[in-house]
Design a protein around this ligand. Structure first.
Ligand code: ATP
Ligand code: ZN
Ligand code: MG
Ligand code: MG
Length: 470
């Protein structure tokens, strides 16, 4: 990318989250990810823009030096910070404004600093096997937390039975974030059991919220921009997907068509999620088990009878779900156990403010801060060092609970035979695939008290609303 020859006409709106807005190049497989700021604080946004470079560099370092060692080399693309002409950024921001969903417009894109992250466009396959007639498709899943807390610090018993996602649904519906309840439960997806995973994926397709998106040639064809703007027509999706699964067109028609194609899609996603494409090693498949007692969520709608027969197969050790789950489980004292440790750090920093830099609370996230996290002494010896390490482990877990998985798929041409472990055989076709993980930003240290409060709110609201129904 030549930053002095940037042309806003070559870039278009791609999507956004809570913290950043993403534009994609119309031809090359690249995206630019800009920071966003609250719209009502223009004074602050100038100040924040000044800090943008440091903030973005922290994101790159955190992905590269902290998250990558946990999640695996091949899944993570940390990107780089680029400085762009301010004119280009301003024109671009005007251009994308009309595409943005209403619910996201409480924040504005950073047009003051000129800094952005440049990343590969993960909705497209990086190894170009481009087929002109059938462009790549990509499934994005934001799986959220895949285990029940096991910490003895948990005070409300319901947290050992019902997962955070399922409890949070009740609060999100009540405060109008979403209009309909999702029946997706992360514990079904992370179970490693194909039946439960299919069930989880079907529920995601029924009610995508911000947990599922499907792109074709980089364009969103299924999923929600916000609660008012959702593309969720399974028949339309079927028409898009048919050429990937049934290339000899015309073989399937009628009412079974949608079900057949969607089942093929679900099988492909399940296979990709369980494959060890991150390491490209084949052979021995070790499984990671979470002990049975904690392996399912009482709020899941998965058939109880089947659950009793044991439907927790465990995850192959190096598959993307297992990598994410292991990082999530660094949160092993729960927010209830962490909050007092956070207070211990705060009290210490109150007395010795200069220590904040030495303890690397807000970075820099260099290689040795990862080593410190790995050496996990489990007993609390009352020290500040212990508290800091727990806080940092919790933040890594938070990032892993909020990331997205991207599965890119493209038809495999007959004459080419890429590495066998990058091809999925469906019943009537062969697809090349790649799996990556995105959105690996560090979560702010200062957010911990808010997380503590939110946890209490979610649990109390869940108890109140489910008891009211009984
Ligand atoms: P969140 O609110 O989930 O924390 P965020 O503000 O941190 O989101 P991202 O999740 O990184 O932002 O980006 C928003 C969306 O943009 C993603 O959900 C994804 O659809 C798209 N996106 C981000 N990075 C890429 C990429 N490298 N390639 C393709 N699409 C991307
Ligand atoms: Zn659940
Ligand atoms: Mg995101
Ligand atoms: Mg994010």
């Amino acid at each position: 990318m030549e930053v002095d020859k940037m042309d806003e006409n070559e870039w278009k709106y791609h999507g956004e989250g809570n913290k950043s807005l993403v534009v994609s190049h119309v031809e090359h497989s690249q995206v630019l990810r800009f920071l966003k700021y609250p719209a009502e604080e223009p004074g602050n946004s100038h100040k924040a823009a000044k800090e943008a470079f440091g903030h973005l560099q922290n994101i790159v370092d955190f992905s590269k030096n902290v998250m990558k060692p946990f999640l695996g080399e091949n899944y993570v693309h940390h990107g780089e910070v680029v400085h762009l002409p301010l004119d280009f950024v301003r024109q671009l921001s005007l251009k994308v404004e009309q595409e943005r969903p209403e619910s996201r417009c409480d924040k504005v894109m950073d047009i003051f600093s000129g800094y952005a992250l440049c990343l590969p466009n993960l909705t497209k396959l990086q190894t170009c096997h481009f087929s002109e007639s059938v462009p790549p498709i990509c499934i994005e899943i934001k799986p959220k937390c895949g285990f029940l807390p096991f910490s003895s610090h948990v005070t409300k018993d319901v947290k050992h039975r019902v997962c955070r996602f399922c409890m949070h649904q009740h609060l999100k519906l009540a405060n109008g974030k979403w209009k309909r309840m999702s029946r997706y439960c992360p514990l079904d997806l992370f179970s490693g059991n194909k039946q439960r995973m299919s069930f989880a994926l079907k529920n995601l397709l029924q009610e995508a919220q911000n947990n599922l998106k499907i792109f074709k040639n980089g364009e969103l064809i299924y999923g929600c921009k916000d609660d008012k703007d959702c593309l969720q027509d399974l028949n339309a999706l079927t028409q898009h997907l048919k050429p990937y699964f049934f290339p000899a067109n015309g073989l399937i028609h009628g009412p079974h068509c949608t079900r057949t194609v969607i089942n093929e899609l679900i099988n492909v996603i399940t296979t990709a999620l369980l494959s060890n494409s991150g390491t490209c090693r084949t052979g021995e498949i070790r499984k990671v088990h979470i002990s049975e007692g904690r392996a399912h969520c009482d709020a899941s709608h998965f058939h109880r009878d089947i659950l009793r027969k044991g439907s927790h197969s465990g995850l192959p050790k190096d598959c993307v779900l297992s990598k994410i789950l292991q990082a999530q489980m660094l949160d092993n004292v729960d927010i209830e156990g962490l909050h007092p440790l956070y207070n211990r750090v705060e009290q210490y920093l109150g007395e010795f403010p200069k220590e904040r830099i030495k303890l690397q609370i807000d970075g820099p996230y260099n290689e040795n801060c990862f080593e410190k996290l790995r050496n996990s002494q489990s007993e609390d010896d009352g020290t500040v060092d212990y508290a800091v390490r727990k806080v940092q482990q919790y933040r890594v877990a938070m990032t892993a609970k909020d990331c997205s998985i991207m599965i890119a798929l493209s038809p495999c041409p007959d004459d080419e035979l890429p590495e066998p472990n990058l091809v999925i055989q469906t019943s009537k076709s062969r697809l090349i695939y790649s799996v990556s993980i995105l959105d690996l930003d560090p979560k702010p240290y200062e957010n911990i008290p808010h997380q503590y409060k939110l946890d209490g709110q979610i649990v109390n609201f869940y108890l109140k609303s489910t008891q009211a129904k009984q």
